[in-house]
Design a protein around this ligand. Structure first.
Ligand code: ZN
Ligand code: ZN
Length: 162
């Protein structure tokens, strides 16, 4: 019996995700592959004899990249910098609510209801409200400086001594 052995390069998928493909210039799905040279017997890979490391392959254009391609900044657009834009979106919402006469306490509770930790919610609301926060003398609700009247009980708001 003749034993046929040899070596063969083989790619094993070890993960996937989405990244900015430099060739597509867009957000794409990728597959992460581990490439190795395998010892084969009867053309069946038995074990890896050389490890060539991992690579990233664009699922759309099939261009292959080094792992460092994942560190590239995302292209500008709605998906760029999710954490930063999420904070900006929240701040804009808080500002709109406060300027519309929503008490600080309620704006904070709204954030907590969205799943934001109470400390972060308080910090965000306080930051947006800035200085000159006014307190309702009758119900204790707090408003930004541009609000004259408590939207809850109608009392005239006190201006904190400045
Ligand atoms: Zn691509
Ligand atoms: Zn009030």
């Amino acid at each position: 019996m003749i034993i046929i052995w040899g070596t063969r390069s083989r790619e094993v998928v070890v993960g996937n995700g989405s990244f900015t493909c430099p060739r597509c210039q867009a957000q794409r799905e990728y597959v992460r592959k581990r490439v190795g040279t395998y010892f084969t017997l009867f053309f069946i890979p038995l074990f890896r004899i050389k490890d060539h490391g991992e690579l990233i392959e664009c699922a759309t254009c099939h261009q292959k990249y080094e792992l460092s391609v994942l560190d590239r900044r995302p292209v500008a657009g709605p998906q760029a910098g999710p954490i930063v834009s999420e904070m900006d979106r929240l701040r804009a919402t808080i500002r709109r609510d406060l300027e519309g006469g929503m008490p600080l306490q309620m704006a904070q509770q709204k954030l907590v209801n969205e799943g934001i930790h109470v400390d972060s919610a308080e910090h965000a609301v306080t930051t947006v409200a800035g200085v000159g926060v006014r307190t309702c003398p009758s119900c204790g609700l707090r408003y930004i400086s541009s609000i004259e009247r408590c939207t809850s009980c109608g009392a005239t708001l006190e201006r904190r001594g400045d």
